[in-house]
Design a protein around this ligand. Structure first.
Ligand SMILES: Cc1cc2nc3c(=O)[nH]c(=O)nc-3n(C[C@H](O)[C@H](O)[C@H](O)COP(=O)(O)OP(=O)(O)OC[C@H]3O[C@@H](n4cnc5c(N)ncnc54)[C@H](O)[C@@H]3O)c2cc1C
Length: 321
């Protein structure tokens, strides 16, 4: 991919880089270099870069906090547009923020303003844009419950979407559909007035509970949990009596439970390891390659399929494969 990069280079200075190692931009700490790399810190500069890339027919991939991706060891032979930071303001009982704002910052500002509604996101890394795309969630909630409005860059124009337009589902949204090329620019997040101390305590409690599970470099849970009907949850329990009652109630089969039951907790391939603390997480114990992670993922999928007849699907997204 050879393009005239001089114009964008002079416009962006050191925010434009060539052969940028991507490992340092992911929480997995894995990944080869990006041929071109741009750091954008506002919706305006993001739109400028997108217009330039589209006009010059440059293949690009968006990256937020890099906390839900596995980047190939060969990197990406195109442009990585990293969205980091941006404007945030509280208006009434809503937060307006640009896509590169960290979820943790939005939560912190909401708590400081005496609002409740984002506590479930305590301890989740990444940006608002990444969280909207994947409908990030925890503790029985997710982004879809907070989103009022999303602004996207679509076909060279800014378009405003309602929460309904986003077609949220379990770790799903319209933005994950194969033919969708929207780039999330900003969002309005709905909150409610709260007992400030109670909301802060809830957030602290969640962070404390999560800390022992998420140890080491990872991309969080690798696979999506399995959603089942009430009937199927009961049948699963009949077949596997040690399946905990609480999961029957949630109508979800946690992938970590399946992986653990396959005896894969602690399984190592090169530098990649199924976490001893949470079998749904693969950690990079220092020198893991993307190939190590891919091999481990394929062993997990095969064993869960052979043992339970369940086909796992990844929550993490692949870049450069
Ligand atoms: C320790 C740890 C714990 C985690 N816990 C949870 C959890 O409890 N619940 C949960 O749901 N997730 C969890 N995750 C996964 C991850 O943090 C979330 O999915 C997060 O929302 C990803 O945001 P990001 O900015 O890092 O996205 P990235 O990883 O940078 O990108 C993810 C995808 O979104 C796309 N994308 C990013 N920004 C935009 C944008 N502005 N417009 C369009 N597309 C975009 C990227 O192209 C990519 O396909 C965890 C991860 C880690 C490392």
């Amino acid at each position: 991919m050879d393009v005239n990069i001089n114009k964008i280079k002079s416009l962006l200075g050191n925010k434009f880089r060539e052969n940028e190692p991507l490992a340092s931009h992911t929480t997995f700490r894995i990944g080869g270099p990006a041929r071109y790399f741009v750091l954008t810190q506002s919706s305006d500069s993001l739109q400028e870069v997108l217009s330039w890339a589209q006009k010059n027919k440059i293949t690009y991939i968006i990256m937020g906090g890099g906390s839900n991706v596995l980047v190939s060891d060969n990197g990406f032979d195109g442009l990585i547009i990293k969205i980091q930071g941006g404007h945030l303001s509280i208006k009434g009982d809503k937060i307006e923020c640009e896509a590169g704002v960290m979820l943790a910052k939005a939560l912190g500002e909401s708590l400081a303003g005496g609002f409740s509604g984002l506590e479930w996101a305590s301890g989740i890394p990444g940006t608002i844009g990444g969280a909207i795309r994947g409908n990030a969630g925890a503790y029985g909630s997710d982004m879809s419950k907070n989103i009022v409005q999303v602004k996207v860059f679509r076909n060279g124009k800014v378009k405003t979407l309602s929460a309904k337009d986003c077609q949220f589902g379990y770790r799903e949204s319209i933005f994950k559909q194969a033919d969708n090329k929207d780039v999330i620019l900003s969002a309005i997040i709905g909150l409610s007035k709260a007992d400030a101390e109670e909301a802060r305590d809830k957030a602290k409690k969640i962070i404390k509970e999560r800390a022992p599970k998420f140890v080491g470099f990872s991309a969080g849970c690798v696979f999506k949990n399995i959603e089942v009907t009430a009937e199927d949850a009961k049948l699963f329990k009949e077949k596997y009596p040690d399946f905990p009652d609480q999961y029957v109630e949630y109508r979800k089969i946690p992938v970590a439970w399946l992986i653990d039951r396959c005896g894969l907790k602690g399984k190592v391939i090169g530098g990649a390891k199924v976490s001893d603390n949470h079998a749904g997480i693969i950690i990079n114990s220092g020198n893991a390659t993307a190939e190590n992670v891919i091999m481990l993922i394929s062993i997990i999928k095969q064993q869960v399929r052979d043992t339970y007849g369940i086909q796992l699907s990844e929550e993490i997204e692949y870049v450069g494969f």
